[in-house]
Design a protein around this ligand. Structure first.
Ligand code: PLP
Length: 373
């Protein structure tokens, strides 16, 4: 049986989500229509909104449904109109949302440098938007968002937090973090792909990016994705339960890391000294590109991912690991293993055995020559 260890890319759909979506597919109304069919569709949307709001300690009216985390990040960064500061480890959907954002440094563990943030805020001539993710998708490193928010507010800045990788993995409270906006995506927690939300603090007005009808109280035009939203609601209803199961993931993650370190002493575990998501291992195997590792594991039936982006057939080293001080070669030899609700100890064992066997072949020079982009 194949082993899936790529939950940070997307998590398998939970059965409860599939049931909620099947029920929602049977609704034929448009949520904007006033007749009974429309009202039933509206009810499905509003019920999901309420459930999601409870799961992240926000008010239902603060939630704006989007087509996913990418759109939520774009709405936050483009809708505020302010110059932006982002951390140097943000997801591409934050990095590309605006031209020339200011970059906040991170330390060698991938934790945002608050002193550098203060320096940048001090130097700014106009009020800014600061965008820092809660948990990094490649390393799992969790950022001190409460401290980022407190500091930014001293300088009159707005704060956006990409919490896409956090929901369902660690406790998450919009009100508790005291940020102005927060992005979510359903498919990272066992919900469907193609739906997410931006939570916008009550009273904050953004310029809509998606324009047209008055859906989402004028903040995001377009007919609602009823089945997707219902599935998102069902996944969010399970988020607290998933967080409670996190200690099991921590045990599996720590076991994987201990075994890999023991078998391959020169392996590098990124973010190991920082607070991290329970489910994420980012590990480098010096001398073997992540491309080779991903392919070798895939051939053995184990799905993991490279910690870098592949565009036009060229694998570029991860900007996240580079920001943490990794060389191009080191960054290009790191993979990400991410666990989740269906992961078993047997799955971890399959990965450990396959990866350590690959590392042994490296020592006996049986691997193809490496070229690093
Ligand atoms: N932000 C982070 C941290 C992510 O990991 C991802 C997806 O990988 C996104 C944003 C984009 O979310 P979506 O796939 O829903 O567009």
């Amino acid at each position: 049986m194949d082993v899936y260890l790529d939950y940070n890319a997307t998590a398998p759909l939970r059965p409860e989500v599939a049931s909620a979506m099947t029920a929602a597919f049977a609704l034929c109304g448009n949520a904007s229509s006033v007749h009974r069919f429309g009202r039933l569709a509206r009810r499905a949307v509003e019920d999901a909104r309420e459930t999601i709001a409870v799961s992240v300690n926000a008010a239902a009216a603060e939630i704006v449904f989007t087509s996913g985390g990418t759109e939520a990040n774009n709405l936050a960064l483009r809708g505020s109109g302010r110059p932006v500061l982002i951390s140097s480890i943000e997801h591409d959907s934050v990095r590309a949302a605006r031209d020339d954002p200011g970059l906040i440094r991170v330390d060698s563990n991938g934790v945002v440098d608050l002193a550098h943030l203060e320096e940048l805020l001090n130097a700014a001539e106009t009020p800014l938007l600061v965008s820092v993710m809660l948990a990094n998708n490649e390393t799992g490193v969790v950022q001190p968002i409460d401290q980022v928010a407190a500091l930014a507010k001293q300088f009159g800045a707005l704060v956006h937090c990409d919490a896409v990788q956090a929901l369902g993995k660690i406790p998450l409270s919009f009100a508790g973090l005291d940020v102005d906006m927060m992005s979510l995506s359903a498919h990272k927690l066992g919900g469907p792909q193609g739906v997410g939300a931006l939570i916008i603090r009550d009273g904050l007005n953004l310029v809509p990016v998606q324009r047209g009808g008055g859906q989402e109280r004028g903040r995001r035009a377009g007919t609602e994705n009823i089945a997707g939203i219902a599935g998102f609601g069902a996944a969010a209803a399970l988020a607290a339960q998933a967080v409670e199961a996190a200690p099991e993931l921590v045990d599996m993650r720590d076991h994987i890391e201990a075994r890999l370190r023991a078998a391959v002493p020169d392996a590098i575990i990124y973010g190991a000294e920082a607070s991290r998501l329970p489910n994420t291992v980012c590990i480098g195997l010096p001398g073997v590109t992540n491309e080779v590792q991903v392919m070798a594991l895939d051939l053995a039936g184990v799905a993991i991912s490279a910690g870098s982006a592949c565009s036009s057939g060229k694998l570029t080293p991860s900007h996240v690991l580079q920001a943490m001080g990794a060389s191009d070669d080191a960054a290009a030899s790191a993979i990400r293993v991410s666990l989740g609700w269906q992961t078993s100890a047997g799955d971890c064992e399959r990965f450990i055995e396959t990866w350590t066997a690959l590392a042994k072949r490296r020592e006996s020079c049986e691997l193809p020559e490496q070229s690093v982009a």
